[in-house]
Write a protein that binds this ligand. Sequence first.
Ligand SMILES: NC(=O)c1ccc[n+]([C@@H]2O[C@H](COP(=O)([O-])OP(=O)(O)OC[C@H]3O[C@@H](n4cnc5c(N)ncnc54)[C@H](OP(=O)(O)O)[C@@H]3O)[C@@H](O)[C@H]2O)c1
Length: 252
Amino acid sequence: MKNSGNTIILTGGGSGIGRLLAQRLHDAGNTVIIASRNIAALANTAEGYGNIHALELDQTDPASIEAFTKRIADNFPQANVLINNAGIMRMEGSLASKRDLADAEESVTNNLLGPIRLTNALIDQLVAQSDAALINVTSGLAFVPLVLAPTYSAIKAAIHNYTVSLRAVLKDQVEVIEVAPPALRTTLTPGQENNERFMPPEVFVDQVIDLLQRDPTPAEVLVEEVDFMRRAEKEDRFEETVAAINPFLAKS
Ligand SMILES: NC(=O)c1ccc[n+]([C@@H]2O[C@H](COP(=O)([O-])OP(=O)(O)OC[C@H]3O[C@@H](n4cnc5c(N)ncnc54)[C@H](OP(=O)(O)O)[C@@H]3O)[C@@H](O)[C@H]2O)c1
C-alpha cells in the first residue's frame, strides 16, 4: 500500500484503534475520513489534525451507508483506501441453554453485515482509483474462538474468509489487507482498557503502521502477540490454544 498521499476512509475513528490509526496515518501524510455514530468523539480525534475529517455513519443502517457513500462521492471522490475497523464485542454467556439472541443478532448486523454493505457501497469507487487498498480489521479470535463471545469470534472468522475472497477477486485492482489484532487495552468491552495482560493500543498501532509501510505490504498484518493464534492450526496445537485462551473450560 502507498505510504502517503492516500485519502483513507476509516470506520470507528472516534476511539480505540481507529482513533490512533487515524492520527498516525494523518501524520504519515494521508487525508483521513473518520466515520462512526458519535460525532463528538470523531471531532475529538480530528482536533488539531488538519487533514482528518469527521463524517457520521451507522454501519448497521443501509440508509446511513447510502448517505455516507454519497457524501464521499461528492466531497472525496479521490478516496482510494477503505479501512473497515468499526465494530462491537458482546460477551454472550453460555450456549448450553436457550438464551436471548439480541446481542448475537446485533453483532451480526454490525460486524458482519456492516463491512459487507459498506465495502459493496464503495467498491466501484475503490476499483476506479489507482493505488486502491481495502483493509479489514478482524481479530486473533478469527482463528481461535473465545467461547464466551462465540458470535463475535465466528463473525471475525467469516470476515477473515470474506477477505480472502476479496483479495482473490480484486487482484491487480485493489490491494486487500487483513489486520488481526490481539487483545488490546481499549474500551471494546467493559474493563478491557485496564487489563494489563492486554497489549497497549499505542504499541500495537505503531507496529501496524510499520507493517503497512513495508514494501510489499503483508496481506495479513500480524503482530507477535497474535501469531500464536494465527498459527495454532498449522502448527498442530489448535485444541491446546483453545484451552489456553478459555482457561475456565478446564474448571467446568
Ligand atoms: N480491542 C481489542 O482487543 C481488539 C482485538 C481484536 C480485534 N479488535 C477489533 O478492532 C476494531 C476496533 O476496536 P477497538 O478495540 O478500537 O474498540 P472501540 O474503541 O470500541 O472502537 C470501536 C469503534 O467502532 C465504532 N462503531 C461501532 N458500531 C458502529 C456502527 N454501527 N457504525 C459506525 N461505527 C461503529 C465505535 O464508534 P461509535 O460507537 O461512536 O459508533 C467505535 O469508535 C473492532 O473491529 C474490533 O473488533 C479489537
